[in-house]
Design a protein around this ligand. Structure first.
Ligand SMILES: [Zn+2]
Length: 122
C-alpha cells in the first residue's frame, strides 16, 4: 500500500509550501504550457493544473474535470469559492452600487466584486 503525503480533498488550493510538497511526492508531471503545468494525481489518476510561478500573481493548484483542453479550463468560480472559504463572510453588505451581498472578512466587497472588480485573489 502506497503512502500519500497529504490527501487532497478540495478541488482548489493556493500553491503553498505544503501543497508543493504534496505535488512533489504524490503527482506525476505530465506536460507544461506557457502559464501552467499539468500533473496527474497518483492517488486517483485525476488531472490537476498548477499555475507557473509569477511573483505578481497568486499561484493556484486545481483539479481539472478532464485533461481535454486543460489549458483553457476556466477556474474563476473555483478561485472565488476558495477566496470565500479562506476569508470568510461578514454580515455587512457589500458597498458596490446595487449589491447587498455580505462582504468578505477584511474587505468592503462581496466575493464577486472583490474578485472581479478589485482583483483580490486571497
Ligand atoms: Zn458585491
Amino acid at each position: 500500500m502506497e503512502q500519500y503525503e497529504n490527501l487532497l480533498i478540495e478541488s482548489i488550493y493556493y500553491a503553498e509550501t505544503s501543497v508543493l510538497a504534496t505535488i512533489n511526492a504524490d503527482f506525476t508531471y505530465i506536460e507544461g504550457a506557457p502559464w501552467y503545468e499539468l500533473y496527474q494525481y497518483k492517488y486517483d489518476q485525476s488531472f490537476w493544473r498548477l499555475d507557473r510561478f509569477d511573483k505578481l500573481q497568486e499561484q493556484f493548484f486545481l483539479k481539472l474535470p478532464t485533461r481535454v483542453d486543460w489549458t483553457n479550463y476556466n477556474s474563476q468560480d473555483l478561485q472565488i469559492e476558495l477566496l470565500v472559504k479562506t476569508r470568510g463572510l461578514t454580515t455587512i453588505p457589500c458597498i458596490w452600487q446595487g449589491c447587498a451581498k455580505p462582504t468578505l472578512q477584511g474587505l468592503a466587497f462581496c466575493e464577486r466584486h472583490a474578485y472581479v472588480e478589485m482583483g483580490i485573489r486571497k
